[in-house]
Design a binder for this molecule. Structure first.
Ligand SMILES: [Zn+2]
Length: 262
């Protein structure tokens, strides 16, 4: 859900539009970036990862992939710019048999020509293994041990792992929160459900039916809904909160959950 009605004290005055402070890890628990690396690996491994990234692009550049891409976008599509920038590259596109190589390294075939980060990680490990090296240790940054950050004071990491978010206090007030990311309050607190609905209409431009449904349901279902045309194909994209009355589903009695809900 991207909008959620929360029941908070009437005098709750957390800044609107800002993540509730109870959800933000305190500054003194935040580690500093490792000065010796970018993401936990030494330069040799970073080079290997870059080259494996290029390799794992190849199944999406075969002749068959080019035909599929052309059909999708309605025109011919050149090879990925990273591959076009390779000096002394072959003239033609790779063949279908490239999938056997990248799929073998990844431990699973590409999906519609594509490998993801997990596949790339497996391919890096497979190449290191073939070279007789331990993927757990080779090329890992010695300064940070692969964490990419360093403790500012001894015991900081352990303290950060123990840190838990604090929920906002529960109360009789009504407030809308944006929960698409870390939750942040997005309206003032109102004494009644009706006042919150009226505010959404008057101040935020909601249609009255949408505001009433949103508050009655206790929130929106997701962020956006891609609707279908009755005759097939894509219909309009609905903002789930601003069109809550048009989304043909209901959340049962969620606003009965005092103090923040789920
Ligand atoms: Zn490091």
């Amino acid at each position: 859900m991207s909008r959620e009605v929360r029941r908070v004290p009437l005098d709750f005055d957390a800044p609107l539009g800002q993540v509730w402070s109870g959800y933000v890890m305190p500054e003194h628990l935040c580690e500093r970036r490792c000065p010796a690396c970018e993401h936990g690996v030494a330069p040799s491994r970073a080079w290997l990862e870059s080259i494996v990234h290029l390799l794992m692009l190849l199944p999406d550049e075969t002749g068959a992939a080019a035909v599929r891409r052309t059909r999708e976008v309605g025109r011919s599509v050149p090879m990925h710019p990273y591959l076009r920038a390779v000096k002394r590259r072959p003239v033609g596109r790779p063949g279908e048999d490239i999938e056997a190589l990248t799929g073998g390294l990844a431990g699973r075939p590409p999906r519609e020509g594509r490998h993801d980060d997990v596949d790339r990680g497996h391919a890096v490990a497979a190449i290191l293994g073939a070279g007789g090296l331990d993927p757990e240790t080779w090329g890992i940054c010695e300064t940070c041990g692969g964490e990419a950050t360093l403790e500012v004071w001894p015991g900081q990491r352990e303290a950060a792992e123990k840190w838990e978010a604090t929920e906002p206090p529960a109360g009789d007030g009504w407030q809308l929160w944006n929960t698409a990311g870390d939750p942040a309050p997005c309206t003032p607190v109102f004494a009644t459900e009706a006042e919150l609905v009226a505010h959404l209409v008057a101040a935020d431009g909601y249609r009255p039916e949408a505001a009433a449904r949103l508050v009655a349901d206790g929130g929106s279902i997701g962020s956006f809904w891609q609707m279908a045309h009755p005759g097939g194909g894509r219909g309009p994209m609905y903002d789930a909160a601003r069109n809550a009355d048009l989304i043909p589903f209901m959340i049962p009695a969620r606003n009965a959950l005092a103090g923040g809900g789920v």
